[in-house]
Design a binder for this molecule. Structure first.
Ligand code: HEM
Length: 209
């Protein structure tokens, strides 16, 4: 039996959409700085990139607090169980109308592939972007009297790491936008992240997952 479940809480939705807007702004302004196109004008792009970056860091601090104070961080612990079935589903099953291999519940709302990819973003890609971005911002410091060993002589490595991270994030976003449409209906995942509610199977019939 299906019933409506409150699956994404208010802060979680606020965090998700604010993060989406900020990463979109950071990607757009970042690639203008990179020289890929002209839209805001270079100087504005730098200004907007910096403001979005600071806002992103503030959001990350609140999100870390939320994940630990609610225990929601546990949702992201990777598991090998069902991982292969989930990958097979996206490669083959989905095109044959096979059932979703992982049933969503409030206590376990991410499938094993999501757990793995989201954890990778949280502990690897986003920290790399923040650290390389901050080094990019402050590379001229410390100046004369400061500790020599943390002075960066060249920006080359920082720029390459930051750009690779940006490309990875864009690859993630493209995949994410496609996967959003592969829920129970084309719009059910999107609606859930907007309203917080989603129709799920009852916990008993999804216990085996
Ligand atoms: C808190 C996070 C971030 C900080 C502090 C940050 C900071 C910076 C800074 C200071 C620059 C150099 C601007 C200049 O040359 O004047 C830069 C460049 C850039 N940023 Fe970020 N950024 C962050 C996140 C992101 C994200 C999430 C993306 C993409 C999704 C991104 C994409 C880029 C790109 C593509 C460049 C140009 C790199 C190059 O051509 O060398 N940044 N960033």
């Amino acid at each position: 039996m299906k019933y409506k479940v409150y699956i994404y809480k208010a802060f979680e939705r606020f965090w998700h959409w604010t993060q989406a807007i900020l990463i979109f702004m950071l990607a757009a302004t970042g690639f203008e700085i990179h020289g890929s196109f002209t839209f805001f004008g270079y100087q504005n792009a730098v200004k907007y990139h910096n403001v979005s970056a600071y806002a992103f860091i503030v959001l990350i601090v609140f999100a870390i607090f939320w994940h630990f104070s609610t225990g929601e961080w546990k949702q992201y612990m990777p598991t090998a169980s069902n991982l292969k079935a989930q990958i097979n589903y996206y490669i083959f099953g989905i095109f044959k109308n096979a059932p979703h291999p992982t049933k969503k519940t409030v206590l376990s709302k991410l499938n094993p592939l999501q757990k793995l990819v989201y954890l990778g973003l949280k502990i690897l890609v986003i920290p790399v972007m923040v650290v390389s971005g901050l080094l990019y911002m402050f590379y001229r410091y410390p100046q004369k009297d400061a500790v020599e060993s943390i002075n960066i002589g060249s920006l080359e490595v920082v720029a390459i790491v930051h750009t690779i991270g940006a490309l990875l994030l864009i690859a993630f976003i493209i995949t994410h936008l496609y996967l959003i449409t592969t829920g129970e209906t084309v719009t059910s995942n999107l609606k859930a992240m907007i309203t917080g509610y989603e129709e799920l199977e009852d916990e008993k019939s999804s216990k085996e997952n």
